[in-house]
Design a protein around this ligand. Structure first.
Ligand SMILES: COC(=O)N1C[C@@H]2C[C@@H]3O[C@]2(Cc2nccnc23)C1
Length: 130
C-alpha cells in the first residue's frame, strides 16, 4: 500500500546517497564504471558477475532493492570481483585490493551508523510479504 511505497522511496534515497558518496571518493575511482571488456579482454573469463557503482545506481532507480541486504549482495560483488581479478603481489594489484577492502569497510560502517535498525526491519517485512 501507500505506506510501503513511502518506505521503499526512503530506502532508495538512502542507497542513492550512499552510492553517490562512494562515487565521489577518489579511492573508489576504479569501481565507478564497469571494467572495460575491450581494454581487459579476459575479465569475463575470471569474473562471472561484474558490478560497479554506476550499475548500482541504475538498479536502485529500477526499484531492484527492497532491503539493504539485497543492495549489499550486489555491492559486495564490486570488492569481491576486485580481490579475485587482482591477486598478484605487484603494487597495482595491491593498490586496488586495498581500495576494495576500504570500499567494503566504508559501506558497512555508513550503513551501521546511518540506517535505523527498525527501518531495516520494516523493509525486510515488506520483502517477506511479497
Ligand atoms: C575494478 O577494476 C579492476 O578490477 N580492474 C582490473 C583491470 C586491470 C587493470 O586495471 C583494470 C582496468 C585496466 N584497464 C586496462 C589495463 N589494465 C587494467 C581495473
Amino acid at each position: 500500500e501507500e505506506q510501503e511505497e513511502d518506505v521503499l522511496r526512503e530506502l532508495r534515497l538512502f542507497l542513492t546517497n550512499l552510492t553517490e558518496r562512494l562515487m565521489l571518493d577518489r579511492r573508489f575511482k576504479a569501481f565507478t564504471k564497469p571494467v572495460d571488456i575491450e581494454e581487459v579482454p579476459d575479465y569475463l573469463m575470471v569474473v562471472q558477475n561484474p558490478m560497479d557503482l554506476s550499475t548500482l545506481l541504475s538498479n536502485i532507480d529500477e526499484h531492484k532493492y527492497v532491503t539493504v541486504n539485497e543492495f549489499l549482495s550486489d555491492a559486495d560483488l564490486i570488492w569481491q570481483n576486485a580481490l579475485e581479478y587482482n591477486p598478484k603481489r605487484d603494487q597495482a594489484d595491491r593498490h586496488i585490493r586495498h581500495h576494495a577492502c576500504t570500499l567494503k569497510d566504508t559501506m558497512r560502517t555508513i550503513i551501521r551508523k546511518e540506517l535505523d535498525k527498525d527501518f531495516q526491519r520494516i523493509c525486510e517485512e515488506i520483502r517477506e510479504s511479497r
